[in-house]
Design a protein around this ligand. Structure first.
Ligand code: FAD
Length: 418
């Protein structure tokens, strides 16, 4: 089959990989002259397979007022008149039940474990991929004794779901990651997960593009998909200005831009941007930078070592589609990082970045068919797009090819979300 993939971020590229491996002829389109220049560019670099619980949960609603009133809080809300924003918020609030949170977490863990197995296979199968991939392990740091106690309480439950994790006291945290010595006295404890990985998402995408080009995948870059139009036989066509793009089957993997384009052909997906920031800091040769991946639980900031660089990422601002850099938010992120890893590197030389997470209210991606017979979705991976990319892509490839899927996809389908 000829398949047109719209979007050359990490989701579109991995989709193209599994479709190509399944014997399909694939064309991939993106509006930028290079791949992965939007949300897949400088994310938190976490392949965080055991930490997939959605943001929507019973504990979150009571925290929101505090987060919304403090300008240095991990989450900010900038209200607007956009009806899509209010619809998304309403669905988010409805998803904040324990029952929904547990159900979504179970499905996401199945998807993330599949993604981990596929990522490991991909790394073995494609030795030319060069993307600072390290099986680093992750330490989630708790500063508050109550928060640590409830994280320890969750370990048993997590184990029943297949996560192997260890609780560490503050001394053991510093032993496992000596770069944490500056905050030694602020640590209540940590949860260590050996099976987590870190890697550079942008370099992954660029390496994968090379592999795909060698296998005959056609790239149409600098091509803005301007419209989807209904066509005879209950199908749609994708257009770039006056040119119809090739492809019998069309996959939408446009990240945050997906919802608006899909709406024009009557397909509604609950994807809305959650704006986040990152800093990429050159590590000093004599510096003390972390080697394992670290998450500062209370501050919601993640740290990953990418060779001679350290990536710091965090913040979730509900602020529409603007990609404007907010100096105040970046300064907060930088202050947090300098306090935890003061000797890691040259903070004055940090690269600053902003990205829009394509978030769904329940935290579940949307993978599968639409009511339009040749239109498919791989969207809404939110804060986990790099982590879940391989699993989502393989599932969609199998659905298009009409092969059995590795896990049940009902929960991720457009119709299976009630
Ligand atoms: C601060 C931050 C930290 C994050 N940290 C992590 C992390 O540690 N681990 C993790 O797993 N995930 C993380 N994420 C999430 C992850 O980066 C995203 O889920 C993922 O990159 C989404 O990929 P995508 O391909 O769907 O979207 P994108 O990468 O945005 O790709 C969509 C592509 O579609 C193209 N496009 C859009 N509209 C059009 C059009 N009309 N015509 C043609 N092309 C178009 C864009 O140019 C873009 O290249 C983070 C995100 C942020 C913002």
């Amino acid at each position: 089959m000829d398949v047109l993939v719209l979007g050359a971020g990490v989701i579109g590229l991995t989709t193209a990989y599994y479709l190509n491996a399944g014997g399909h002829r694939v064309t991939i389109v993106d509006r930028h002259p290079e791949v992965a220049l939007e949300t897949s560019y400088a994310n938190g670099a976490q392949l965080s397979y055991s930490y997939v619980a959605p943001l929507a949960g019973p504990g979150i609603l009571s925290k929101i007022p505090g987060w919304l009133t403090r300008s240095d809080s991990p989450m900010r809300f900038h209200p607007s008149l956009d009806p899509d924003l209010w619809r998304w918020c309403l669905q988010f609030v409805r998803a904040c039940t324990r029952q929904q949170n547990v159900r979504s977490t179970r499905y996401l863990l199945q998807l993330s474990f599949l993604s981990r197995a596929l990522m490991h296979k991909l790394v073995d199968d494609e030795p030319s991929l060069d993307f600072n991939y390290v099986r680093s392990g992750k330490l989630v740091l708790h500063r508050d004794a109550n928060a640590f106690a409830s994280a320890v309480g969750l370990l048993e439950f997590q184990r029943t779901l297949g996560c192997e994790q260890q609780a560490l006291d503050h001394e053991a945290c510093v032993q496992i990651e000596p770069a944490l010595k500056a905050v030694r006295n602020q640590i209540a404890g940590g949860i260590y997960t050996a099976s987590e990985d870190t890697a550079d998402c942008y370099r992954f995408c660029v390496s994968l593009e090379k592999v795909l080009r060698e296998r005959g995948v056609v790239f149409e870059l600098a091509t803005d998909v301007s419209a989807l139009k209904h066509a005879p036989g209950g199908r749609v066509e994708a257009w770039a200005g006056t040119r119809r793009l090739p492809g019998e089957q069309i996959v939408v993997a446009l990240g945050c831009a997906s919802a608006k384009l899909l709406k024009t052909v009557g397909v509604g997906v609950p994807v809305y941007p959650l704006k986040g920031y990152s800093l990429t800091i050159p590590v000093r040769s004599c510096g003390i930078a972390p080697v394992i991946s670290v998450t500062d639980f209370a501050r919601k900031v993640v740290y990953a070592r990418l060779g001679e660089r350290m990536r710091v990422a965090g913040m979730a601002d509900i602020a529409g589609y603007s990609r404007a850099l907010n100096g105040h938010r970046l300064a907060t992120l930088r202050r947090e990082a300098e306090a935890v890893f003061p000797e890691a590197g040259d903070y004055s030389a940090a690269d600053e970045w902003v990205g829009l997470r394509p978030a769904t209210p329940r935290g579940l991606p949307v993978i599968g068919p639409t009511p339009i017979r040749n239109l498919w979705l791989n969207v809404g991976q939110g804060a986990l797009g790099f982590t879940l990319a391989t699993g989502c892509a393989q599932l969609l490839g199998d659905l298009i090819t009409q092969r059995p899927t590795a896990i049940d996809c009902t929960m991720f389908s457009l119709g299976g979300r009630s």
